[in-house]
Design a protein around this ligand. Sequence first.
Ligand code: HSE
Length: 326
Amino acid sequence: MKTVKIAILGLGTVGGGTYEILRMNKELIEKRTGIDFRLVRVLEKNKARMEQLGIDPYIAVTDPDMIFKDPSIDIVVEALGGIEPSSTFMEKALLAGKGVVTPNKAAVAASFARLKEAEAKGGGRLRFEACVGGGIPALTAIQEALAGNEFTEVMGIVNGTTNYILTKMTEEGLPYDDVLKDAQAKGFAEQDPTADVEGIDAANKLSILMTLCFDKYVHPDDIPRVGISGITMADIEDARSKGCKIKLIAGAKRVKADDGTETVEYSVKPTLIPFSHPLAGVSNEFNAIYVTGNAVNELMFYGKGAGALPTGSAMVGDIIAIAKTL
Ligand code: HSE
């Protein structure tokens, strides 16, 4: 049986979830792929976390270069979070010809060109399905099954924390601050919830969606954005009286000017969504990506956008996809 050696940088929620799936479904994955996936190195200081996951602390390193310079390692899972040093670590792994799998939307969105350049230069392969919509395989679908389409619009509910807050405010009349604390306790929120509630996390994800749907890279900082921290119960009631729900929408669409030139308009902002629209039915921490292609028409991907196993599911799918090409 073919063996593929993996290193994981960071055993937090997603790094740990990825490992758990590889262990939980080991036999099934081996049967399906004919590949024995072996975790051979981790970059992790927290010994208790390794113990909790049943990982031998002997495989832990403190110097990440020991991973990038080890030719026997095939795939690096980067799950540290944050733009740096994650971008540099992914770049090093790609330049060393390794596969790289990441859920790190902040790093992928901010460093997209640099990572693609390293991929081309070093012969490595970057996959980042888990960056948008957690377990929802929308990015692979956009790049593969839907590759024959010209996309005209993409609208996403791509942040579970804000969708959870807005849902609880709308359906249970609960105050914003209480629901935010609840979302943090449930582990949906980013370390600093400002990234969620001010739309920064959604802007990172929209930057990635736009690159794939429209071949148009926009740095997340250049995406106009309004978060949900200013949304009041009065706004929610006002929306309800108009037959709408307020959703934080990360959206982009092609627009044709009178002279025939085309541009793409994009933003992250609280948006009134009519009750009859499929996105209005996306509640709690669930995510959805609603795309319109000129051939397929309207299509919605729906599922869990956060959490160890849902996000780990996308990670393992990417690991398997890369391993099959090795
Ligand atoms: N904080 C993010 C969310 C995690 O709430 O959706 C998943 O990217």
